[in-house]
Design a protein around this ligand. Structure first.
Ligand code: SME
Length: 159
């Protein structure tokens, strides 16, 4: 079966509007967590060419690296540490326009300049986070948060 992504739209909003139904189509009917999280990352990376995008999954008192696209990354992050661990501990999205100004930011790559991290929760408990990094400062906004949050709500069904 062909699984080509069709990328249409000029604005960020239009790109997400075109992408979300395709992501929904990719994950509907498949319950495997790795397969679906992998395809979500690939679809977002292909559309927006993010520097790094991936999931970290709660594993006891740490987050462990899950499916991702981009350069190799830190494998484990402690609860409350860095942007990812903070999103987990607070169960709140972290929109970081300049990672150097975020206390405790974990620099998996010195090329990462801005970041958005969205918690994925199941019955109010965080089970994973989605982390997106850009090599540009101030690259994420409320539009990214809105659409990525919707994707994360679908992803919570995989836990
Ligand atoms: N910067 C993140 C670590 C993960 S990497 O960016 C892939 C953080 O501070 O939690």
């Amino acid at each position: 079966m062909a699984e080509d992504l069709i990328i249409t739209g000029n604005t960020k909003n239009e790109l997400y509007e075109g992408l979300l139904p395709q992501i929904k189509g990719l994950i509907t009917g498949e319950s495997n967590q790795v397969a679906n999280l992998g395809n979500i990352c690939a679809a977002l990376k292909e559309t927006f060419d993010f520097f790094w995008i991936g999931f970290y999954i709660v594993d006891g008192k740490e987050l462990v690296l899950g499916p991702f696209q981009g350069p190799v990354a830190c494998t484990r992050i402690a609860h409350g540490r860095g942007v990812c661990g903070t999103a987990w501990a607070k169960n709140e999205t972290q929109l970081v326009p300049d990672v150097d100004l975020f206390p405790g930011h974990i620099a998996c790559s010195s090329l990462s300049k801005s970041e958005v991290v969205i918690p994925i929760s199941k019955n109010g408990i965080v089970v994973a986070i989605l982390d997106v990094d850009s090599s540009e400062l101030n690259d994420f906004d409320a539009t990214d948060v809105e659409y990525l949050t919707e994707i994360c709500q679908w992803a919570s069904d995989l836990f």
